[in-house]
Design a protein around this ligand. Structure first.
Ligand SMILES: [Fe+2]
Ligand SMILES: [Fe+2]
Length: 534
C-alpha cells in the first residue's frame, strides 16, 4: 500500500471529505430555498443521478420544491430556477415518493417502467412529453433529528460515468443519499425555524406599525409609506453608478436594517396622546373648544338684547321719547354686530393655516379682556387664559408644550428600540429609526446631532419621512399638496442644510418619488383591505 492508499480507499476518502464539505455547506445556508436547491444538486453529484426532485411535506401533501434534469437542461425552483407549477402529490402508497414518506423507507427501483408496485403514469406522461426515459430510481425520505419525515429526495437515472449509460443505483449510492438526506433534513428544519422566527418578528413589526397608522386618521398610512419609500431610496442609491453614490452599495443586511428602521421609526407614537396627534385646530382638545366660545358669545348676545329691553322699559317709565328708544336699539345692534365680528375673527384665528401676527394676538387679548355677567351674576372675561394661549399659537395648532409632547415620540422610539436586543447585522436599527428628525445643520431633535454624526441611512429615512408627510394623499380634511410645492419645500430644506442634498437630488432627478407613488397606488388597489406590500 502506498502513502495515498489503494484506489478504492482514495475514492472512499474523497467521498467522506466531500460529504463533510457538503454537510458544512448545508448547515451554513440559512435560506431555505437555497438549501433545498443545494441538497438536490449535491445528492445528484454524489450518486451520479441525471435527474431528481425534492419534495417538502406540508399539510399532508408532498410539494415540489426543486426539479432538476441535466439531460433536458431543466432546473426549476430554488433561488435560481423559475417556480414549479406542478400540483402537490397526495400521500397515497401507490405514489412512490408518498410511499417513502409514509413508511419512512428508502425505495430503489432498477426500471420504473417494469415496476408493478407503484403508479408511474405521471413519469411516463412526463417522458412522453419530453422524450426522456426514466429508468433507475432512488427515493429517500428526509428525516430530521426527531425522526420525522420532512421531505423526500427522489433521484432518477444513475449514470455510468465511463459508458454514459443508465445503470441502477448501487448500495454505496443508497448510503450516500441517505447520509446526505439526513444532514439536509436537519439543516432544513433549522432554516425553517429561523424562517418562522423571522416571519414572527416581521408580523409583530407590521402589527405595531399598523397600530400606529390606525391610531390617527391624520397620519393615515404614514409608517407604511415611509417604510416602503425608505427602501426604494436605498435601492436607488445601490443602482446609481455615477455621481456621489457611485461607490455606495448597501449589502442585503444593510438594506434589511434600513427597512426595519423605516417600519419602526415612529413606534414611539404609541405613547403620544391622540388628541395632540389629531389636533386639527388651535382650540381642539377632546373637542374643538371654539364651540364653547360660540355658546358663550350667544349668551352674551342674548344678554345685550335683554339689557336693551330693560333700558327701554326704564326709559319709557321715565317718560323718554321715540328718539331715546331708537338710540337704545341702535346701541344694542352695534354691540351685537361688534360681538359677531369678534366671534368671526376668533373662528378664523382657530384655523390651523391662520398665521398669528402680533396685531392679531393683540386683538385676541383685547377681546379676552372684555367682560360680561353670567347667569349667576358673576363677572367673567370673554375668553379664558387657556383659550388666549391656544388662539395665540403663531403657526399650526400646537402650543409649545403640545409640540414638545409630539417631539417626544422620537425619544420614545429610541428608548423602546434600545430595549429590543437588535444585534449583529441589525444592531443599527434603533439608531437609524431614532434619528429621523435630526437635521444636518444640528437644528433637529432629539439630540441636535449634525452632519458629522448622521449616517447616510438616517439621512435617507429623514427624507422619506419628510417627503411622506408633505405628499400624503389619504388624510382627512387635508388637500394633497401639489408635487411642485412638495419639491420646493424639500429643496428649501436642503438649501438650509436640514436634509441631505445628494439624496434629494437623486429623488428629484430620477423621479423616484413618481415611480413610488404609481407603484403604491397600484399596490393599494390590488390589496384593498389587506396588507400592503410594494
Ligand atoms: Fe417621527
Ligand atoms: Fe414619521
Amino acid at each position: 500500500m502506498n502513502s495515498t492508499g489503494s484506489g478504492s480507499e482514495t475514492v472512499v476518502r474523497h467521498q467522506v471529505e466531500r460529504l463533510t464539505e457538503i454537510g458544512i455547506a448545508l448547515s451554513a445556508e440559512l435560506r431555505l430555498d437555497a438549501l433545498l436547491e443545494k441538497t438536490l444538486t449535491y445528492a445528484r453529484e454524489m450518486t451520479h443521478a441525471d435527474a431528481g426532485t425534492l419534495y417538502l411535506l406540508r399539510n399532508g401533501q408532498l410539494h415540489f420544491s426543486i426539479l432538476q434534469n441535466q439531460s433536458l437542461g431543466i432546473f426549476q425552483g430554488g433561488v435560481s430556477g423559475p417556480p414549479i407549477e406542478l400540483p402537490p402529490v397526495d400521500l397515497k402508497k401507490e405514489n412512490v415518493s408518498a410511499y417513502a414518506a409514509l413508511l419512512g423507507q428508502i425505495v430503489r427501483i432498477d426500471d420504473v417502467y417494469a415496476s408493478t408496485q407503484f403508479d408511474f403514469s405521471g413519469p411516463r406522461r412526463y417522458d412522453k412529453q419530453t422524450g426522456y426515459r426514466s429508468r433507475s430510481m432512488l427515493v429517500v425520505p428526509m428525516k430530521n433529528h426527531h425522526g420525522e419525515v420532512t421531505g423526500v429526495l427522489q433521484l432518477i437515472n444513475c449514470m455510468d460515468r465511463t459508458t454514459g449509460s443508465v445503470v441502477h443505483f448501487s448500495d454505496k449510492a443508497v448510503r450516500l443519499a441517505h447520509a446526505l438526506a439526513s444532514q439536509a433534513a436537519v439543516a432544513i428544519t433549522n432554516a425553517g425555524l429561523i424562517d418562522e422566527i423571522k416571519n414572527l418578528f416581521e408580523s409583530l413589526i407590521r402589527v405595531l406599525a399598523n397600530a400606529i397608522d390606525q391610531k390617527s386618521p391624520y397620519t393615515g398610512n404614514h409608517v407604511q409609506r415611509v417604510a416602503e419609500f425608505n427602501v426604494v431610496l436605498a435601492r436607488a442609491i445601490n443602482e446609481k453608478k455615477d455621481g456621489p453614490f457611485a461607490q455606495t452599495e448597501f449589502t442585503p443586511e444593510q438594506l434589511e436594517e434600513i427597512r426595519l428602521a423605516g417600519w419602526l421609526h415612529d413606534v414611539g407614537k404609541v405613547t403620544t396622546p391622540v388628541h395632540i396627534m389629531d389636533k386639527a385646530t388651535k382650540l381642539e382638545a377632546i373637542m374643538d373648544r371654539i364651540a364653547l366660545i360660540e355658546a358663550r358669545f350667544d349668551a352674551i348676545a342674548r344678554g345685550i338684547a335683554l339689557q336693551a329691553e330693560r333700558r327701554k322699559c326704564a326709559a319709557l317709565a321715565g317718560g323718554a321719547g321715540a328718539v331715546d328708544i331708537e338710540r337704545i336699539d341702535s346701541d344694542a345692534q352695534q354691540a351685537t354686530a361688534s360681538l359677531l365680528d369678534d366671534l368671526a375673527f376668533l373662528r378664523r384665528c382657530n384655523q390651523p393655516g391662520e398665521f398669528m401676527e402680533d396685531d392679531k394676538i393683540a386683538r385676541v387679548r383685547q377681546i379676552a379682556a372684555k367682560t360680561y355677567v353670567d347667569a349667576e351674576g358673576a363677572e367673567k372675561t370673554y375668553l379664558t387664559p387657556d383659550e388666549v394661549k391656544n388662539l395665540s399659537i403663531r403657526k399650526g395648532t400646537l402650543t409649545d408644550e403640545e409640540f414638545q409632547i409630539m417631539r417626544d415620540h422620537v425619544s420614545m422610539t429610541e428608548r423602546m428600540l434600545r430595549q429590543v436586543p437588535f444585534a449583529g447585522r441589525l444592531k443599527n436599527v434603533p439608531q437609524y429609526a431614532s434619528q429621523h428628525h435630526e437635521k444636518l445643520n444640528g437644528k433637529g431633535y432629539p439630540h441636535g446631532l449634525n452632519g458629522a454624526n448622521l449616517p447616510l441611512q438616517s439621512r435617507i429615512l429623514a427624507i422619506a419621512d419628510f417627503y411622506e408627510a408633505l405628499s400624503a394623499r389619504d388624510r382627512p380634511y387635508k388637500k394633497p399638496m401639489p408635487e411642485e410645492m412638495v419639491l420646493t419645500i424639500l429643496r428649501r430644506a436642503a438649501d438650509d442644510g436640514e436634509i441631505d442634498a445628494d439624496v434629494l437630488a437623486l429623488l428629484t432627478q430620477d423621479g423616484i418619488h413618481r415611480t413610488f407613488e404609481k407603484e403604491y397606488a397600484a399596490a393599494k388597489t390590488r390589496t384593498e383591505g389587506g396588507t400592503l406590500k410594494i
